[in-house]
Design a protein around this ligand. Structure first.
Ligand code: WTA
Length: 633
């Protein structure tokens, strides 16, 4: 990669090799076409998939903002992610290469993946699973997690994957909200050399939510765990039952039928179950993955995200399988037993594209370049980043040390709500460290003020999307009102989608994401809500009131700072602060553990009683607290 200086910004240009290799060579021209004829663009992308029946209408906007895509079309994402590959040479290709943290290795060809998914879909049916019901999955990063997701989709059930790092409260709440009757879990997984105890957490969650009738547990660690008669079954036992028909037909679905729900944190306490569909989501993830990561049949793709988050859904599982790609998947911690673990795997498996988060990069950067330099990383061609803004220092380290100065970095901006990449570079684009470059095809992005006027170049504003796109979440499960209120109300006169991020655009038309403007906190790229953490704190018997804010952190992007008012007679001390941190960890999970707990007598509030988190944050950082005229006390 050559570098040239332009307007005080350093542009990083792709090599001739990268350009020659690229699927898309003329972004500007294609982009203009995709905006001029959005439906035409998406129809052409949709035609690259197999449909049981072609759609009647590309987009139906008769009930805005509840857009529908490819209405009248019949499809199943599994037919495209697995079934159709069985008719070509892809059948014999590796679909998944998986390495466990202890070093065990398992591989699945598309043929074998189909067999496992079909068998498990049949088992789900024989256990009473029905088309259209929500099945909860709570698992470590093992191949059965992917098999379970695909099996649900194949038989027409809706999967709801809950991140394996969440604790029983969070799991119970998600099970209850979706009224799941079936839970798929594992005894545990391996992380930093230790076994986790997922089944015990699942047991506790089942006790609380009360809806689970069947729980299927994968044996991974072999640790003892309680299994309840008539409710709990071992996955391996079920898979060994010689069912008459091992082949399971793929259910024919409407394009708009739900494929999965995924819970994500918002501004209020209750997590939102965002709904994604078989048709539009398949078209969107297939298109974005193919074009942005320039995937070729010989590539080995590694998305290091956990499937429990949207990145894992769209770009560990669906996008790659829809394109017949080979996926690398790894169970454990990046620095176990040593900080070269990832680089060892890149070398061993000949990985061509690596997609991860700025937090992971910063975490590995901390150990120095020598851990990476002792490995041959020449197989890498492209790199990716997601989840939070990447600071230029980490971008440059990733580019120089991991990419040997030769691999363009695709910094992809998107959200659980968007289903796939919205603003992203393509391999042929000149790059600026820290910028996610330009809008993906079909999307018009605006940076606007509170009244909807475009802000000046270089100024900060609200990030909006001015058009519908096939990968958009269709609603919030059981709460369409909240879907409107959260995303569409602010600019309802214009019909724009409010992303909840602030951003700016520079003189070259490149976008720079600044961060969340709401009370969502991104810790290590994981999305948490202030209100979730606050309600966990308030559930402790000593706490009367609490406020949680994110403070900037060099490694994790943000850390959680909690301010707490104690109940009468409770004494503030270090021991209690520690106890409260543990309490939040038990209630939500280790990622939500506050780094600081501070005790106070009063929280700054507006006259209408809303906590002014902005003021708490400024105080914690020792900054000017700004305009306090609306403060109550
Ligand atoms: C942030 C993750 C800067 C952003 C896919 C967004 C990013 C939130 C980037 C969504 C990026 C994601 N640069 N910020 N490349 N990608 N974000 O739903 O604040 O877990 O709103 O989806 O992550 O988080 P979510």
């Amino acid at each position: 990669m050559e570098t040239t200086v332009n307007n005080n910004d350093t542009f990083y240009y792709p090599s001739k090799e990268i350009v020659r290799h690229a699927n898309i060579k003329n972004y500007e021209e294609l982009y203009s076409q995709s905006i001029a004829d959005r439906e035409g663009f998406w129809a052409a992308e949709a035609k690259k998939l197999d449909w049981y029946k072609k759609w009647d209408k590309v987009v139906d906007d008769s009930k805005k903002p509840f857009y529908k895509w490819f209405t009248g079309g019949k499809i199943n994402i599994i037919h495209n992610a697995i079934d159709r590959h069985l008719k070509s040479a892809t059948r014999n290709k590796l679909a998944i290469i998986w390495e466990g943290e202890p070093g065990d290795l398992r591989t699945f060809s598309y043929h074998v993946l189909n067999r496992e998914v079909s068998k498990f879909a049949n088992i789900l049916k024989s256990m009473g699973a029905r088309k259209g019901e929500v099945i909860t999955i709570y698992m470590p990063q093992i191949p059965e997690l992917v098999i379970a997701m695909l099996a649900c989709a194949k038989m027409g059930a809706i999967h709801s994957v809950v991140y394996g790092g969440f604790s029983y409260e969070a799991l119970a709440e998600r099970i209850a909200d979706s009224q799941s009757r079936i839970l798929i879990t594992a005894d545990g997984g391996f992380r930093r050399g230790k076994a986790t105890h997922l089944k015990s957490i699942a047991n506790e969650a089942m006790k609380r939510s009360g809806t689970i009738e069947v729980c299927i547990t994968v044996k991974r660690t072999g640790e003892d765990c309680y299994m309840e008669n008539d409710r709990d079954f071992w996955y391996q036992d079920l898979m060994n039952i010689p069912l008459e028909c091992k082949d399971c037909g793929t259910e024919i679905m409407d394009a708009e039928d739900a494929l999965f729900i995924l819970y994500t944190s918002g501004t209020t306490g209750k997590p939102k179950g965002l709904v994604h569909t078989h048709g539009g989501y398949a078209v969107y993830t297939a298109s974005t993955f193919r074009n942005v990561f320039d995937i070729k049949p010989e590539d080995r793709w590694w998305c290091a995200a956990d499937p429990g988050w949207v990145t894992g859904h769209s770009y560990l599982v669906y996008g790659p399988l829809l394109n017949g790609a080979t996926i690398m998947m790894y169970e454990g911690a990046p620095n176990h037993p040593y900080p070269n673990r990832w680089w060892q795997m890149v070398e061993k498996y000949g990985i061509n594209i690596l997609y991860t988060s700025p937090t992971a990069i910063r975490g590995l950067m901390r150990f120095g370049a020598s851990w990476a330099q002792r490995h041959d990383l020449r197989s890498l061609r492209l790199l990716g980043s997601v989840g939070e803004p990447i600071n230029p220092e980490a971008w440059k380290w990733y580019h120089e040390v991991i990419g040997r100065g030769k691999c363009p970095i695709m910094d992809t901006w998107w959200q659980t709500e968007t289903g796939g990449f919205m603003i992203t570079p393509l391999p042929i684009m000149p790059l600026k460290p820290g910028s996610c470059a330009k809008a993906y095809f079909g999307n018009e992005v605006g940076i606007v003020d509170d009244h909807g006027n475009e802000v000046k170049q270089g100024e900060e504003g609200n990030l909006v999307i001015k058009n519908p796109w096939p990968g958009m979440a269709r609603t919030i499960l059981h709460d369409p009102e909240r879907y409107i209120e959260k995303y569409w109300e602010k600019y309802s006169d214009k019909g724009w989608y409010l992303a909840g991020d602030s951003a700016r655009i520079d003189e070259d038309g490149y976008y720079w994401i600044i961060g969340r403007i709401d009370d969502v906190i991104k810790v290590s790229g994981y999305r948490l809500g202030s209100a979730e953490i606050e309600s966990a704190l308030v559930s402790h018997p000593a706490v009367a009131e609490a406020a949680a804010v994110g403070l900037p952190d060099d490694l994790r992007g943000n850390i959680i700072h909690a301010t707490v008012i104690l109940k009468e007679g409770k004494v503030a001390n270090d021991k209690l602060a520690e106890e409260l941190k543990n309490h939040v960890e038990n209630e939500i999970g280790p990622i939500a553990r506050p780094s600081h707990v501070e005790f106070t007598d009063a929280l700054p509030k507006t006259r209408s009683g809303k906590i002014m988190r902005r003021v708490i944050k400024a105080r914690a950082l020792g900054l000017d607290t700004g305009d306090l005229t609306s403060l109550e006390e």
